[in-house]
Design a protein around this ligand. Structure first.
Ligand code: GLC
Length: 825
């Protein structure tokens, strides 16, 4: 997007053609070979090696519900190396081997692999005996390519692969695995910035996952070439994948993120509202934005500095004309409660007078062509060189450059253009695949390293933040990513457009990102490219307020898009939804904590609320925030009412607190100030008072919204910043809400952990009480003061209680259950 250094990119295009002629492009050649029949099977300590006529497959039981598959033509298996995998040593799992006339079997407690004797095809079954994955063809390969071809049953829905701009179900398309800057994408543009080769297959009765642990160029075809085939292809390296068998999506994601790692808990301010633009410049513009936010009482935690804060787009420098005193600016902003996030691109301007370039050359950290010369390609700053983030030395060098950015007071890092992108007038805005990489001493090429580049840049930036800000939780966001990137950074959905269709796309993109391990994700609210009118902007803020990452960001050729520019009634509505975001922070934060512990997504497709209901399977215009809150955003211009199918069970209108029976289609009014929200019966949603930024004042009251019904809820609390939570400074809150057989509602509250929050007082509102109760008891004593009005019982306790009982009202006892598993049982 923007001016693409035209001269340099034309020159680069010409050079690239020359270089390609000298070094050659990656090619595939020859006929496919395939395994052939099984010749012998040998046991190893965690599984078996199958020697077939033309190659070998090694099956390893990783966990009770996970098997790793590796293929080598040579039959020799070394120690596998993967940047994506976080856990390499696993507790022992009991497994058994079987041999029949037609097949060999490797059985772990919750997954079984059957190897067909005559073809070496693999079939995986779950603990219930269902086939979860079956080879349609044996593994096959030829020069420069290897393939896995699986059956794709008609009733299997396909998710994962991070945020693809295609809708929720990924079936029917081929996804290239090659991180690419699409320069503003449109619907169905594949590939974009990230490759997360994690496939999640879901049927009515079970879910399974397949992680293709190969970072090289490749593709995943989900029923595009052949409707009933799921195919994976990779250009280089070992064919290696993991199959996960879970009862449901939650258990598959739990295991997948145990393998590839989970998001460390971010600082709570990262969950607030963020305001960004390419670019807020000069310094006084940033001041004006900050002051206006505070003056107009629009809560905001972070402001972003895009590339124009730099001196001629040189990373780790400041434009001293526009930002003469960064430390002064940043301390003023800090006094107003703002964090500032600064962008960094990987391209380092090839300029002999630029210290960063000179030091990188001296320390030999830049990518090289096969002839040993640094690879040069144009980006914003013109011709640039690129750190080799696959080298520990280069990552350390990168981290050592951070002083000029971090010391003046930058709070977080925004890693951009790290697919990596170079501007080429001849198309193909990428570093060529023959460029050399250290790859932790393995000396590989960009063909294998390209898809890892963005993740490893984010890793280096995170390591820098950890080093330079001891005791603080890093905030680090990256555009490009590979599987496992959740360990290092959050992500956003890149350069989207200010259209109603992109508003809609943000839902499925963020959902699939969460179904691929990258839960902390969100779109550029109001669309990066193009101008959003007041209505689209307002609707996007409403939706964005419910997504894990909540940032407005706009391209440099757009008109101002700050929350106040549209005037009334828009500004008040926008404020109302940003306020709601801040009220919901303790709830959202608990979901982040659960993601960080278990890999559960923060927002979830509706089908997860009731996996057995086929009507929910394809829904992509509504979603759940955690287990308690259902969001039905308005996605069409001028829409004053919308239809929705509410999942079965009992729900409450979040605004009127009136109970509603699910399992039916409703029509709800959607005037501009209304984005429908529903709370599930049996749930407890905690709220805080609105603050202008996280930590503005100590929270002195916890507000619990209790939705009468049967359910369990787990919440989390800690200081919201700092590392004390890693040494016991946290607590979990467990709520059990019950409808009493004699009538009435009981709420039990257990707390575990040593963290003590700033509040003591707890205000409870219990919804769904039809007639005035006889009594409200708190820990067995009559509550001193309570109110009943319009179906709501309200009371305040001076400190957290263990048990509250609302005695003998007439409560509808339609059962409602919590469908998530609790990890604490
Ligand atoms: C890329 C980023 C965008 C940023 C711009 C300028 O297009 O995706 O967010 O504003 O570069 O740095």
């Amino acid at each position: 997007m923007g001016v693409k250094t035209p001269v340099a990119s034309v020159q680069y295009g010409i050079n690239k053609v020359r270089m390609d002629a000298v070094y050659g492009r990656h090619k595939t050649a020859g006929e496919f070979k395939s395994l052939g029949g099984v010749v012998s099977v040998e046991k190893h300590e965690r599984g078996i090696v199958i020697t077939s006529e033309n190659g070998s497959v090694r099956l390893t039981v990783i966990a009770p519900d996970c098997i790793q598959v590796r293929f080598q033509e040579s039959g020799t298996f070394g120690v596998p190396f993967s940047y994506a995998v976080a856990r390499v040593s696993w507790p022992d799992v009991k497994f058994t081997l079987g041999e029949g006339d037609d097949a060999f079997t490797l059985a772990a407690p919750e997954i079984t692999c059957v190897v067909d004797r005559s073809t070496s095809r693999l079939t995986f079954r779950n603990a219930q005996g269902n086939i979860i994955a079956r080879d349609a063809e044996p593994i096959r390969w030829r020069e420069g390519e290897m393939q896995l071809v699986r059956e794709l049953p008609a009733d299997e829905q396909s998710y994962g692969l991070a945020a693809q701009p295609v809708g929720l179900n990924l079936r029917g398309k081929r996804y290239e695995l090659w991180n690419t800057d699409p320069v503003i994408y449109s619907r169905d543009r594949i590939p974009i910035y990230y490759t997360i080769p994690f496939y999640l297959g879901v049927t009515s009765n079970f879910a399974h996952g397949l992680f293709w642990d190969n970072p090289s160029r490749g593709w995943i075809d989900i029923g595009a070439e052949e409707q009933d085939r799921l195919m994976f292809s990779g250009a280089s390296g070992e064919l290696r994948y993991y199959v996960f068998s879970g009862l449901d999506v939650i258990s598959v994601l739990n295991r997948y993120t145990e393998l590839t790692g989970r998001m460390p808990l971010p600082p709570m301010w990262a969950l607030g509202f963020h305001l960004s633009r390419w670019s807020y410049t000069p310094a006084d513009k940033v001041r004006e934005i900050a002051t206006t936010l505070r003056k107009r009482n629009i809560p905001c935690d972070a402001i972003y500095l895009d590339i124009d804060y730099m001196d001629g787009f040189r990373c780790f420098t400041w434009d001293r004309e526009k930002f003469p005193a960064p430390a002064v600016l940043l301390s003023e902003l800090a006094d107003q409660g703002f964090k500032v996030v600064a962008i960094l691109d990987p391209g380092i301007k090839a300029d002999p007078d630029y210290k960063v370039y000179e030091s990188g050359l001296r320390e030999d950290v830049f990518l090289k062509l096969p002839n040993g010369k640094p690879f040069v390609g144009p980006v914003w700053a013109g011709n640039s060189v690129f750190p080799d983030f696959t080298s520990p030395k280069a990552r350390a060098w990168w981290a050592a450059q951070f002083d000029p950015v971090i010391k003046p007071g930058i709070a977080g890092i925004w890693n951009d253009m790290n697919e990596p992108t170079v501007f080429s007038a001849a198309g193909g805005n990428e570093i060529p695949e023959y460029v050399k990489h250290d790859f932790e001493g393995q000396n590989l090429t960009h063909l294998e390293a390209h898809n890892l580049y963005g993740m490893l840049m984010a890793r280096a930036s995170r390591e820098a933040l950890e080093k330079m800000k001891p005791g603080k939780r890093p905030f680090n966001i990256t555009r490009a990513a590979h599987a496992g990137a959740q360990r290092y950074a959050s992500t956003w959905t890149g350069d989207n457009q200010a259209t109603w269709d992109h508003l809609r796309l943000s839902i499925s993109m963020v959902l699939n990102s969460g179904l691929s391990g990258l839960a902390f994700n969100g779109p550029d609210v109001s669309g990066f490219s193009g101008n959003a009118d007041a209505e689209l902007y307002t609707r996007w803020i409403q939706l964005g307020a419910m997504l894990p990452f909540f940032r407005v960001h706009k391209a440099n050729d757009t008109v101002p898009h700050e929350p106040w520019v549209y005037g009334q009634p828009y500004e008040d509505i926008i404020r109302k939804y940003i306020n709601l975001r801040y009220q919901l922070l303790p709830y959202l934060y608990s979901l982040f904590a659960q993601n960080s512990q278990n890999g559960w997504p923060i927002i979830r497709p509706l089908f997860m609320a009731d996996p057995k209901d086929p009507k929910l399977r394809g829904v992509e215009d509504m979603f759940m925030v955690g287990d308690s809150l259902l969001v039905a955003p308005v996605l069409e211009k001028g829409q004053t009412e919308r239809e929705l199918y509410l999942p079965r069970g009992k729900w409450f209108d979040y605004y009127t607190n009136m109970p509603i029976q699910g399992g039916q289609i409703l029509t709800v009014k959607t005037p501009l100030d209304m984005m429908p929200l529903f709370a599930r019966a049996g749930q407890v949603i905690p709220q805080w008072p609105v603050q202008q930024y996280v930590g503005q004042t100590p929270v002195d009251e916890l507000h619990l919204k209790v939705y009468a019904g049967n359910g369990e809820v787990t919440l989390y609390e800690d200081a919201g910043e700092g590392m004390e939570y890693q040494s016991g400074g946290y607590r979990w809150l467990y709520f059990t809400c019950k409808l009493l057989p004699t009538g009435g509602v009981q709420l039990d509250w257990r707390r575990a952990g040593k963290y003590r929050p700033s509040y003591e007082r707890v205000r409870c509102e219990v919804f769904g009480i039809q007639i005035e109760p006889k009594e409200v008891q708190l820990d067995g004593q009559a509550a001193p003061l309570w109110y009943f009005e319009k179906g709501v019982v309200e009371f305040t306790a001076n400190k957290p209680f263990d048990n509250a009982r609302i005695i003998d009202p007439d409560v509808d006892d339609t059962p409602s259950t919590t469908l998530m598993h609790s990890p604490f049982k």
